[in-house]
Write a protein that binds this ligand. Structure first.
Ligand code: FAD
Length: 456
């Protein structure tokens, strides 16, 4: 089987490459290989009743399949160069912003119209933050919500399905360089292409490392973010989330000078498990539809850990901490902030007696047995700092779920076209280590597609 272009991974990066390529040149023969299921077959078995926690499915429907890790996400498309990746370092800030806006336009055309676009520009909250040495990052945030995000993905699939050959449940095992292009192997069969776009996301990080080793593509890696997911009554953050929806607030802790930041804020949302390579961590999402909303807001507090030589395995460090929480709690651990401060573990009864109902069934425990002191101290300092702009954050009943880990793929050596040292082999999205978000990953897909179109 011979294609002009093979795309590996049907997350936002892969989808937007396929979209832009088929739009720009309908004659192109394009195939998309995806390890996970088609969108309508993606289903996480956790129902809260019969199956309460992760059973480690062969293909995790939360992380894999058409739509990638973003399919059941909150669908927050942050249009900014301040966070979500470093695409701008490769293609420039202006172009990166333009591409993110273009992606937003497409999302609106395919079912997102009517959803809200929030912005931090001119927000009084920014001034309030600075008074307390908290720093609000600039962004426009399109909140599709998990429900609308799913509709948009469904519409994009319908648009593409007759123009592109989709191979679902088809993990790509290897990529090799052949005369005039590349050969990929999936389920024992070989497929050839002139150009190959690799967009395997975070779940494909280990595979990506192997491919880079095999093809001699230089990489570097030195960062992991570790922390907790905070859950509290929606009222505590309502004055912020009603105006901005998502606020990325950064704080430099007085004790160690570490940077702690809020991440992935989900007003009236739910806390969920995340399974990365068999390790259970925590995440969150929320729905646009008021009928599906909860009375809690959740967000992550993350401490960025940068390592220097000789240590190279930053993700391994994060995994070890997550494994510790899995070992003690059988999965994610939940603790009341009050219990953490008093130095006692949370118990079922203390959680039941508290004024907040957890949205995730997690094991009550003691996060101080899991998180390194430096990270835990940073989180506690940040909670007290946030309490000044959102009083109630440091209440005893505030729930902390751990651990939340943001693994960063090693950064792959690519040029301004996101092309590897091997011509015609592009590495994009979260799998490249350059992006960490829906908007940046999607924009990287459009960028590469346009580059390929311009060369043909
Ligand atoms: C629960 C959750 C909530 C999130 N919420 C948000 C949010 O609100 N806003 C935001 O900006 N970001 C969010 N994110 C992050 C966001 O989903 C990712 O940044 C984005 O999906 C990255 O897109 P991608 O295309 O690079 O990779 P992915 O979306 O990870 O897609 C990669 C795809 O490649 C496939 N794949 C991997 N290896 C292979 C292989 N060898 N062969 C074939 N296929 C392979 C995978 O199965 C996967 O489907 C969230 C993530 C999660 C898990």
């Amino acid at each position: 089987m011979k294609y002009d272009i093979i795309i590996i991974g049907a997350g936002p990066g892969g989808i937007f490459s396929a979209y832009e390529l088929s739009l720009g040149n309908p004659e192109l023969k394009i195939a998309v290989f995806e390890a996970g299921h088609a969108l309508d077959r993606r289903h996480c078995p956790i129902d809260g009743e019969k199956i309460k926690s992760c059973i480690s499915c062969k293909s995790c429907s939360i992380m894999s399949g058409f739509g990638g890790a973003g399919a059941f996400s909150d669908g927050k498309y942050n249009i900014t160069n301040d966070f979500g990746g470093t695409l701008h370092k490769y293609i420039g800030k202006k172009k990166a912003t333009e591409l993110m806006r273009y992606v937003d336009e497409i999302n609106m055309r395919y079912g997102g119209a009517g959803t809200k676009l929030y912005t931090t520009a001119g927000s009084a909250f920014s001034t309030e933050c600075i008074k307390h040495d908290l720093h609000l990052l600039n962004a426009s945030v399109r909140h599709l919500g998990t429900d609308v995000n799913y509709v948009v993905l469904g519409n994009l699939y319908n648009e593409l399905k007759d123009k592109v050959d989709f191979f679902f449940d088809s993990t790509v095992d290897s990529i090799s360089i052949i005369d005039g292009g590349y050969e990929i192997k999936s389920l024992g069969k070989s497929y050839e292409c002139e150009r190959c776009i690799v967009s395997v996301g975070r779940i494909g990080s280990k595979w990506m490392e192997r491919v880079c080793r095999e093809l001699d593509i230089p990489t570097r890696s030195n960062r992991v973010d570790i922390g907790v997911r905070v859950e509290l009554p929606a009222e505590v953050f309502a004055h912020i989330t009603d105006e901005l929806y998502e606020s990325k607030i950064v704080y430099r802790t007085p004790k160690y000078g570490d940077r702690v930041r809020t991440f992935c804020m989900n007003p009236r949302g739910a806390v969920v498990n995340e399974n990365t390579n068999g390790i259970i961590t925590v995440n969150g999402h929320s729905y646009e539809d008021p009928a599906k909303q909860t009375s809690n807001t959740n967000f992550a507090l993350l401490v960025a850990k940068h390592f220097s030589e000789p240590f190279k395995d930053s993700n391994g460090y994060g995994e070890s901490i997550a494994r510790l929480s899995n070992m003690l709690g059988g999965g994610v651990i939940v603790q009341r902030f009050g219990d953490l401060i008093k130095g006692q573990r949370s118990t079922e009864s203390r959680i039941e007696e508290s004024f907040i109902t957890p949205t995730l069934k997690a094991t009550p425990g003691d996060l101080s047995l899991v998180l390194p002191k430096r990270i835990l101290d940073g989180i506690i300092e940040m909670i007290y700092a946030l309490d000044k702009v959102a009083p109630g954050t440091a209440n005893d009943d505030t729930l902390l779920y751990g651990v939340e880990v943001k693994f960063y793929n090693m950064e792959v050596n690519v040029d301004e076209n996101l092309e590897s040292p091997h011509k015609g082999l592009y590495i994009i999205g979260d799998g490249s280590g350059i992006t960490h978000s829906l908007s940046h990953a999607s924009a990287s897909g459009v960028h590469v597609a346009r580059n390929i179109l311009s060369k043909r």
